[in-house]
Design a protein. Structure first.
Length: 289
């Protein structure tokens, strides 16, 4: 949750429809060479890439170059807060940002996604929409809890006011058991609490497609998710795991942890599992001290 390290590069990627996307790059020790390996991080709903500085540092220490960026309608990127113009635009943004990143690397990057970012990372991978070396999912939003009345309301909103954000209903106390993490989130001026019917529809489409196409994945997958998640339904991760080729999947469900597993009081176990998996897959450029 601390400030980003130097040197980093902050810049804007202009999307095909003219929306500026805020990008922050964290060059690794091999940046600019044929040996450079990279990780692209996709953040969750309502937040921004600045909340992943600690994760970028972790990957940097292992020798990776890291790219983070703010989804449209989030953080320092353009666009109406919590909205997307159509169901494909957020995927197109990710494809473009990843491809530009990939052009500077010596190999296909890893793709890391948390919550909504994990959902879209899963969709990009299962749909073979990007060239990546491996997929890392943190409490991905592969299912959300919606009762029949909420589903009906969402359908009506999509017809009548598709681009108008409404409260996303996120209960911040269930982000983490670390009170400082929750306090920082609630006081973060770049965090917002809105979601439009269009963005919700985009997410629901991505959920369905990710589950339908999960069996077609041909890259290693690390699936890490909270056992006591009040913000997304962990059943979505279990269902997704059951459809993946078993030989490609490594899964960790953390009993008692809240949604933001990398911001939990017991996050050291989560980081250790990530490090071990990277080493087992033999895709760690440099072993950390």
């Amino acid at each position: 949750m601390s400030a980003h390290i130097e040197p980093t590069r902050e810049w804007e990627y202009i999307s095909t429809d003219g929306i500026p996307l805020f990008v922050r790059d964290w060059p690794g020790p091999s940046a600019g060479s044929a040996q450079d390996q990279g990780v692209l991080i996709l953040h969750g709903i309502g937040e921004h890439c600045g909340r992943y500085a600690h994760l970028a540092r972790f990957f940097n220490r292992l020798g990776f170059s890291v790219r983070t960026y703010d989804h449209r309608g989030h953080g320092q990127s353009g666009g109406r807060r919590g909205d997307v113009p159509d169901s494909q635009r957020i995927l197109h943004d990710a494809q473009a940002v990843l491809q530009e990143f990939r052009s500077h690397l010596g190999s296909d990057p890893l793709l890391f996604g948390h919550s909504m970012g994990g959902l879209f990372a899963a969709r990009l991978a299962t749909g073979n929409l990007v060239k990546i070396r491996a997929l890392i999912l943190s409490s991905p939003a592969l299912a959300i809890r919606m009762n029949r009345a909420q589903q009906l309301l969402a359908a009506v909103a999509l017809r009548l006011f598709p681009g108008v954000p409404v409260p996303n209903g996120l209960h911040t106390r269930y982000l983490s058991h670390d009170a400082e993490v929750v306090r920082a989130y609630e006081n973060d001026r770049l965090v917002h609490g809105g979601i439009s019917a269009r963005l919700l529809h985009c997410m629901l489409d991505a959920m369905q497609a990710s589950h339908t196409q999960a069996a077609s994945l041909t890259i290693p997958v690390l699936l890490q998710f909270a056992g006591d998640d009040h913000l997304v339904d962990p059943a979505g991760s279990l269902r997704f795991a059951s459809q993946l080729p078993a030989s490609l999947l490594t899964m960790h469900q953390y009993a008692g942890l809240y949604h933001e597993i990398y911001n939990e009081l017991d996050a050291s176990t989560v980081f250790d599992d990530l490090r071990s998996w990277l080493e087992q897959q033999q895709i760690t450029p440099i072993v950390a001290d």
